[in-house]
Design a protein around this ligand. Structure first.
Ligand code: ATP
Ligand code: MG
Length: 401
């Protein structure tokens, strides 16, 4: 088996950020080091111009390491490299041929050799290297062909203090490294949508905080644990998430008592937004994030979104707004939140939901209904904030079963 002693990390978008480039590169390096801490083995992370090089200093688990790297936003390609000392050309070529044989067991493929020689002490020029290595490969595997325009794979050979070569490239998630674009507050429920929404915004480099509203005893400890598990899962990509768990029961019961039942969901949602915005401001978040998508349910019609949005001063980011459910499910599966999201525990919104909620609420009517809450709502709001529990979900494997 080929032993990959190094991984070359390529990043795209962040390389074009001009003056801010080093900020992005440092954030990426930080994320890589953080994710590697959770992997078995010892690694050294080196920043080189326009790329990051990871050396494997001990044995490691290949799948675990690649898994950890594919969760780092900003990475475009992960290239497992064979790293070898400078030796005679024939010896090096022999190693390359052996590697190609193992990496491409189906020999009916075309390739192109791309040599680079930053180490000018190496005696053979790149053009000659391309031709000579290509010839060795063709000699060993006559079914392979050279195609310089559209090859099935490109063999990269880099002559530095050591020689490294690679031909396989694993796609990274793209996006921008978390920590480069401020912080936002995710309204995280136990459903399918909100974890995906948080993941999408984190992919743009945004650090996440989250707020979850529960309604004990109407919602159970298991429902709460499900949300914590989802936050942990999102944190595997987004880095540590500060999760605010708000006891929403008294506010919900009071709304239930005082307001028309067909408006419950909208009024509830408006209080969720207000409280989430409170914690957002307290934690330097510059926006709110929800998993809403136009028309998905009664509380997400254009009219309902208008009413919910009206209580927020901060911008509300709704990355799923134009997505169909199936598109959202596909992402949830990809980022491993789906299985948790579909666990059947109750949600505070479904318990107090009206049989026939308004689908076209009017803002002035909703505002008028909320006046009925005047007597106690401020106290209840303050109590909800004061009794909020905050935990840090850092996505570390020790916390997952
Ligand atoms: P999800 O799958 O994210 O639960 P949903 O389809 O169930 O979404 P709604 O229940 O209408 O949709 O919720 C819309 C959005 O409001 C959610 O995506 C989430 O951002 C927020 N939200 C709903 N319920 C809660 C809750 N209990 N705690 C925190 N946020 C919530
Ligand atoms: Mg929900």
């Amino acid at each position: 088996m080929v032993q990959y002693k190094a991984f070359l990390i390529k990043y795209g978008e962040i390389a074009i950020k001009g003056k801010n480039r080093h900020v992005f590169e440092e954030a990426l390096e930080r994320q890589i080091k953080r994710n590697l801490r959770d992997c078995e083995g010892e690694f050294a992370v080196e920043r080189q111009t326009g790329r990051i090089f990871i050396r494997c200093l001990s044995d490691y688990d290949y799948d675990e390491l690649v898994g950890a790297l594919t969760r780092i936003f900003g990475i475009i390609w992960i290239c497992p490299c064979v790293l070898t000392e400078i030796k005679s050309f024939d010896e090096t070529a022999g190693e390359i041929v052996r590697y190609i044989g193992e990496a491409f067991p189906d020999r009916h493929v075309s390739f192109k050799v791309k040599a680079r020689r930053p180490n000018k002490k190496y005696p053979i020029h790149t053009m000659d290297l391309n031709a000579m290595i290509g010839e060795k490969i063709l000699d060993a595997y006559p079914e392979m062909t050279v195609d310089v325009h559209h090859p099935d794979f490109e063999l990269n050979v880099e002559i530095r203090e050591q020689i490294n070569f690679y031909a396989r490239m694993i796609p990274g998630p793209g996006g921008m490294p978390v920590g480069t674009n401020g912080k936002a507050m995710l309204l995280l429920s136990g459903g399918i949508d909100s974890p995906v929404a948080g993941w999408m915004i984190a992919k743009r480099g945004v650090t996440l905080d989250a707020t979850y509203f529960h309604a004990p005893p109407y919602t159970s400890e298991r429902a709460k644990q499900k949300v914590i598990d989802l936050a942990e899962q999102v944190a595997r990509y987004a880095g540590p998430i500060r999760l605010h768990i708000v006891n929403f029961t008294d506010i919900q019961l009071y709304i239930y008592e005082q307001c028309p039942h067909d408006e419950l969901t909208i009024i509830m949602r408006r209080y969720m937004m207000r409280i989430a915005e409170h914690f957002a401001r307290e934690n330097a978040c510059m926006g709110l994030i929800t998993g809403e998508s136009i028309g998905q349910v009664a509380s997400q019609t254009m009219q309902s979104l208008l009413c919910t949005n009206a209580v927020c001063q901060l911008p509300v980011y709704r990355p799923l707004i134009g997505f169909d459910k199936q598109d959202i499910v596909s992402i949830a599966e990809k980022i491993d939140t789906y299985e948790t999201s579909i666990l059947p525990y109750e949600d505070c919104c479904t318990i107090f939901v009206a049989r026939h909620p308004v689908t076209k609420p009017r803002l002035e009517i909703i505002e008028r209904s909320e006046l009925k809450l005047a007597e106690r709502i401020e106290d209840l709001y303050r109590q909800a904030i004061e009794t909020t529990e905050t935990i840090i979900c850092d996505g570390s494997p020790s916390l997952r079963q």
